[in-house]
Structure formats: structure tokens, C-alpha cells
Design a protein around this ligand. Structure first.
Ligand code: HEC
Ligand code: HEC
Ligand code: HEC
Ligand code: HEC
Ligand code: HEC
Length: 219
């Protein structure tokens, strides 16, 4: 009987099957990479806001983070300030500036400014500001050079491995409590010596494996 398909055709079809499998797998990896890429996560991308509020200008005037983010030391959540906080100064400063029109409008109507959320974890993850801040983890360790940001950007993609990197070795990042809010803090060259000392002093639980247990972040 004459062969309908030559042996080469047979090999070709096998090869193409394998290729299809590779293409599908490659496609899935690419999707995953895109999903985790800085672009999709907006890492390092200054976000436009209804009012071009500059952390650079306001923190370099010497205003403390807690003047606006009042709950960050006591609560899991770091609040964004209400319009009345801006009006403490801007009822006298730049009262006619176009840039501040949305602030005045919010003040008159009582409708809050809709700030664009910059850092956001998935709902299945627990995070707590107070715990970190009270144990000497500085704002800029997680949020980057806030004192240099004309518009806020996300400094970290907030992957799980990033949380774990510090939970395994907090001595690499911890700083004295009184420096937590300093937007221009520079770690000493001998961070590890200071870090080990502070981990002990602040009783950070590193010796048991509590900080890497799944349940502390996923409940
Ligand atoms: C004068 C008020 C003010 C001060 C002072 C201030 N902030 Fe903010 N902060 C805001 C406002 C308003 C927003 C929301 C708009 C934005 O994202 O820029 C914000 C947003 C943020 C965000 C992003 C929140 C999100 O959506 O994920 C971070 C992080 C932050 N501030 C950190 C800091 C740190 C750290 C300091 C101190 C070094 C500080 N801020 C000082 C007013 C302030
Ligand atoms: C403690 C006083 C104070 C508070 C509170 C304050 N500002 Fe300002 N703001 C200033 C001063 C002073 C300037 C001028 C800064 C400069 O030109 O260097 C300014 C400038 C600005 C500007 C002009 C652009 C710039 O950054 O120079 C905008 C917009 C602005 N503020 C928005 C806000 C908003 C929104 C809030 C509330 C979240 C706020 N400010 C809270 C004092 C304040
Ligand atoms: C250990 C890392 C870490 C430190 C330290 C930290 N933050 Fe955050 N911050 C985050 C993460 C993660 C989120 C997103 C939380 C979420 O989506 O539940 C966030 C969110 C925020 C927000 C948005 C509102 C919220 O609570 O979700 C603000 C404002 C903020 N941080 C300000 C600050 C300030 C000010 C400091 C210093 C006093 C600080 N953060 C210290 C990691 C940190
Ligand atoms: C730069 C260091 C650092 C980073 C980054 C960090 N953490 Fe932490 N975290 C700590 C330290 C230190 C503690 C220990 C607090 C203590 O002593 O109980 C802690 C404690 C916690 C706790 C409380 C544990 C308990 O005792 O119940 C949670 C929840 C947590 N972190 C979640 C996160 C999540 C989620 C992320 C990432 C989005 C993250 N952390 C990123 C340093 C860090
Ligand atoms: C210190 C906090 C922390 C601990 C401890 C932790 N996770 Fe996560 N986990 C996260 C964060 C943050 C995310 C979200 C990551 C993202 O958005 O990419 C996450 C995401 C996940 C996801 C979703 C898939 C993904 O990669 O986005 C799974 C599944 C998961 N974690 C399982 C675990 C398991 C199992 C453990 C224990 C071995 C664990 N986690 C311990 C913080 C933590």
C-alpha cells in the first residue's frame, strides 16, 4: 500500500506538537512576567493625582509624615489626610492658585479628594503599619525616597519574596526608632552590627520562624 504520509511528515508532526506545547508554556510564562512586570505594577512610575501634591516640597519644609498620615503609628492602616489638613496652610497660602482649585472645591462641597491609590496588596494579604514602624522599619525602606518625590510612585512591586527577604533578615534593614520618619536617612556602612543590636533591643522575633509562617500574612 502506498504511504499517504511519508516518514518525514510523521516526524514533522511530532516536532510541531512539541513546538505547540513549548509555545503554550512560553506564552503562559510571558503572561506571568507581564503580570509581575514593573509596568503593570507601576513600579517607579509617578502617578498623576487630582492635585499634583509634592512630597518633595512638603516634607522638605520639615512637615513630619505623621502631620498628615496620623494613624500610621497606631493602626494597620496609614490614612491619607483629609482636605482640612491641607487647608490648615492653604487657606492662607496660594489661595488663588489653579493647582489648588480641586482642594478648595473639596473644602466647599465637603466631597473628599479622590487620591489615586499607589500601593495596594491583594485582599488575601495582611499588612500592618504600626507593627513595622514601632520596630524601627523606616517609611523609606519600603516606600523609597519619598522626600525626593514630586509625585508619589510605588517603589517596590510588593511581591511576597520581598516581604520574606526582610522577615528572614530584618537586621539588614532595621534603623533606630527615632529615624523611622526621616525621609533622608542613610544606613551606616556597618548596618549589620547596628542591625543585630537593634533586633535584640526591640525584641524582633527572628530566632523562631514566626515571621516566615504563612499564617501571619495570610489568614
Ligand atoms: C502635607 C501632608 C503630607 C505629608 C507631610 C506627608 N504626606 Fe504622604 N501623602 C499625602 C497625600 C495627600 C497623599 C495622597 C496623594 C499621593 O499619593 O501623593 C500621600 C500619599 C502617600 C503615600 C502613598 C499612599 C498610597 O496610595 O499607597 C505614601 C507611601 C506616603 N504618602 C508616605 C509619606 C511619608 C513617608 C511621609 C513623610 C516622610 C509623608 N508621606 C508625608 C500627604 C502627606
Ligand atoms: C504646613 C503647611 C502646608 C500644608 C499642611 C500643606 N501645604 Fe501645600 N504648600 C505649602 C507651602 C509652603 C507650599 C509652597 C512650596 C514651595 O513652593 O516650595 C505649598 C505648595 C503646594 C502646592 C503647589 C505645588 C508645590 O508643591 O509647590 C500644592 C499643589 C499643594 N501645596 C497642595 C497641598 C495639599 C493637597 C495639601 C494637603 C494634603 C497641602 N498642600 C498641605 C504648605 C502646606
Ligand atoms: C514594611 C514596609 C512598610 C513600611 C515600613 C511602611 N509602609 Fe506604608 N505601605 C506598605 C504596604 C505594603 C502598603 C500597601 C498596604 C495594603 O495595600 O494593604 C502601604 C501603604 C501605605 C499607604 C496607603 C494607605 C494604606 O495604609 O494602605 C500610606 C499612606 C503609607 N503606606 C504611608 C506610610 C508611612 C508614612 C510610613 C512610615 C511611617 C510607612 N508607610 C511605612 C509598606 C510599608
Ligand atoms: C524591611 C523589613 C520588612 C519588610 C519589607 C516587611 N516586613 Fe513585615 N515585619 C518586619 C519586622 C521587623 C516585623 C516584626 C515585628 C515584631 O517584632 O513583632 C514584621 C512583622 C510583620 C507582621 C506581624 C507579625 C506578627 O507578629 O503577627 C506582619 C503581618 C507583616 N510583617 C507583614 C508583612 C508583609 C505582608 C510585608 C510585605 C508586603 C512585610 N511585612 C514586609 C519587617 C519587614
Ligand atoms: C511576610 C508576609 C508573607 C508570608 C509570611 C507569606 N506570604 Fe504569601 N504572599 C505575600 C504577599 C505580599 C503576596 C502577594 C504577592 C503579589 O501580589 O505578587 C503573597 C501571595 C501568595 C500567594 C498567591 C500567589 C502569588 O505568588 O501571588 C500564595 C499562594 C501564597 N502567598 C502562599 C504562601 C505560603 C504557602 C506561605 C508560607 C510558606 C506564605 N505565602 C507566606 C506575603 C506573605
Amino acid at each position: 500500500m502506498p504511504q499517504v504520509f511519508s516518514p518525514t511528515a510523521n516526524t514533522l508532526s511530532k516536532v510541531s506538537l512539541v513546538l505547540v506545547v513549548f509555545l503554550v508554556a512560553g506564552g503562559l510564562c510571558a503572561l506571568d512576567l507581564i503580570h509581575k512586570s514593573p509596568y503593570v505594577r507601576y513600579t517607579g512610575v509617578p502617578r498623576s493625582q487630582p492635585v499634583p501634591f509634592s512630597h518633595k516640597h512638603h516634607t522638605n519644609m520639615g512637615i513630619d509624615c505623621r502631620y498628615c498620615h496620623t494613624s500610621v503609628e497606631e493602626s494597620h492602616f496609614a490614612n491619607v489626610p483629609g482636605t482640612h489638613v491641607c487647608m490648615n496652610c492653604h487657606n492662607q497660602l496660594f489661595t488663588q492658585a489653579d493647582l489648588l482649585a480641586p482642594v478648595r472645591e473639596s473644602w466647599e462641597t465637603g466631597i473628599p479628594i479622590k487620591w489615586v491609590r499607589v500601593n495596594d496588596l491583594p485582599d488575601h494579604v495582611q499588612f500592618n503599619h504600626a507593627i513595622h514602624v514601632n520596630k524601627g522599619i523606616g517609611c523609606t525602606t519600603c516606600h523609597g525616597p519619598v522626600g525626593e518625590m514630586p509625585l508619589m510612585w510605588r517603589h517596590e512591586p510588593l511581591f511576597m519574596k520581598w516581604c520574606l527577604e526582610c522577615h528572614r533578615e530584618p537586621e539588614r534593614f532595621i534603623r533606630p526608632r527615632e529615624e523611622v520618619f526621616n525621609p533622608h536617612y542613610e544606613p551606616p556602612r556597618d548596618q549589620l552590627t547596628l542591625g543585630r543590636q537593634l533586633v535584640e533591643e526591640y525584641q524582633v522575633p527572628v530566632s523562631d520562624h514566626r515571621l516566615t509562617d504563612c499564617w501571619i500574612c495570610h489568614r
